[in-house]
Design a protein around this ligand. Sequence first.
Ligand code: ADP
Ligand code: MG
Length: 716
Amino acid sequence: MPTARAPSTDAKTPAAGTLSGPARAMHKLGLVRDIDLALHLPMRYVDETRLAPISSLRDGDTAQVQGVVQECRIETRSRRQLLVRLADDSGELLLRLLHFYPSHQKTLAVGRTVRVRGEVRGGFLGREMVHPEFRAVTAETPLPQALTPVYPASAQLPQAYLRKAVVSGLARAPLHELLPPGTVPPGLPPLRDALQLLHHPPRELGPEALEDHAHPAWQRLKFDELLAQQLSQAQAQATRATLAAPALRAGPGSLAERLRAALPFELTAAQRRVVAEIGADIARAQPMHRLLQGDVGSGKTVVAALAAAVAMGAGWQCALMAPTEILAEQHFRKLVGWLAPLGITTAWLTGSRRGKGRSAMLAQVASGEALLVVGTHAVIQDDVVFARLGLAVVDEQHRFGVAQRLALRAKLGTQTAPSPARGRGGEGAGDLKNHEDEVRAQLEPHLLMMSATPIPRTLAMSYYADLDVSTIDELPPGRTPIVTKVFADGKRDAVIARIRAEVMQGRQVYWVCPLVEESEHIDLQNATATHAELTAALPGVRVGLLHGRMKAAEKAAEMALFTSGEMKLLVATTVIEVGVDVPNASLMVIEHAERFGLAQLHQLRGRVGRGAVASVCVLLYTAPLSPTGKARLKAMAETNDGFEIARRDLEIRGPGEFMGARQSGDALLRFADLAEDGALLQRARAVAPRLLAEHPGAAAAHVQRWLASKAEYLKA
Ligand code: ADP
Ligand code: MG
């Protein structure tokens, strides 16, 4: 999933700016410590340990041969190519290079001995290899004794460089056995042996034996990884149990009750259930760490508002963070609308807010006058000091980068207990009032994270250590399901006609332009061109444009025009992805839908269907579709259910890629697969508590070995 991460979000990269070339690329892949290199395992192997006689080659074989160049010439008759005739004692082979440089011609000059590896095919001129790997050797150049590993690499990181780095990392990494006897399942090798084997398997083993990951060496790695995960979860839980938080309760007539009574709608049963779960959790004197997941439009905001009201009613401050300014502003408006009539002062903090306005806000936050603080990650910047933070809510938490989560975690340090003199109301803070003298009670705020990308529970547990999960599994009543249609881009005119019809009926429309990977510039060009095209095609219709390069104030102004209904059609890049709520919008067109991830498409679609009118989502694609692209669009057309979408996404991408986690380095499981390695997982679950109790040092060292670079993140 292309995520809009701020450039500084990766906690591991600050030093990378000073590196260059392959070293930088290694850094990017998280290959920093020797142990990281040792644990960077091959995707596959090639067998370069033997030479095949040319005469033995069969069509379709992948083989390595060695011979002397008989002829090397550039052929120009059909297409320009380099043709090389190679001979060993048994026969002749033709090498065909369609792209080549003078250096290649030198290596393949007549009389040279070369070692060549590639796929054999029967060509017009006899056996041949097209674009084989080759290198100059002498008759004495020895053959490797082990299979050659092929590592996950990148364009900037050549295999040869990586192989060398892994060899030295493996030699230097401390790989002694950390786990006491009886921990590792019987029959699995020591870690050092397992890694040695996986990086340099003896040729007798054959590449196939290792590639399906059933080999005991692989099992050992998977077990160690699962154990590290179990241990870190248990550690995080144990740590949290020792921390204290304010016990937040809402009594009769409390702020939370008054808010609930003032809402213009009834809560759904699912909302009531999660409100109760959260209420019970924050009433305890240990910090809550809870993920509230619910499909797009399921009404998470009001649940957060009710939790905030409990905290504020008890005299504590509450912070609500959203990943974008647009979303933060929308929350701000909504919350002020609900809470201002009840006498709550809300502060508004974003990165673009500076100067006097900002210092006034900061003063309100520091004095405790503002009980609620809404904003982007600006809420957790250094200069923001809370008088007494009781609850932090993070909306669309998966959109925040690792560094931001860490900063939040740091911000959620110890808070001062509320003093009734400064607090408002103070209902339910009875136990704290008894401790007025303890000026600095060692209290942590509660943490509520929200996500509209529902993930299966087991996966939630494996991605977020130590997190309780509440789920809203029901939409508010009166919603008409969104109809999703998939069209090739050729239907564009028909789609524009549909927009016209929709606008004539007083409805509003979103048109989303794709994110061009890595290029905000092209993004902008596309969006601008589409904006011009639609403006020309729809005379008399007010068409707006929203993209990531605009200043926050410009974005807000554009969004306000759309929210008010004055603007009918909003062309936008994915900045509208999360949480925007305009109930009158009934048509969503997504251009180049094949370029979006499934979760993102579902999020975008959730921008319509928020009112009572029947809504339509049109997915425009440009052929040809890849198989996964096709599967994604099919899933979108077939279901509106976010949980089903998540399940299909998992199926299409596999757990490693789910939520873009592997790509962003957040994934905790690199080797094990929760679906396939159930037996190893059970064993890890069973031994983890014993290890923690009886060998805490070994447990800590094991977690460090596996998760050092992720450990901080895990707690967040
Ligand atoms: P999300 O879970 O995607 O964040 P929101 O909190 O933005 O969803 O809610 C979507 C819309 O539904 C909002 O306009 C909100 O006011 C409305 N809403 C929330 N709960 C209910 C309810 N129980 N009944 C009717 N409308 C509701
Ligand atoms: Mg939301």
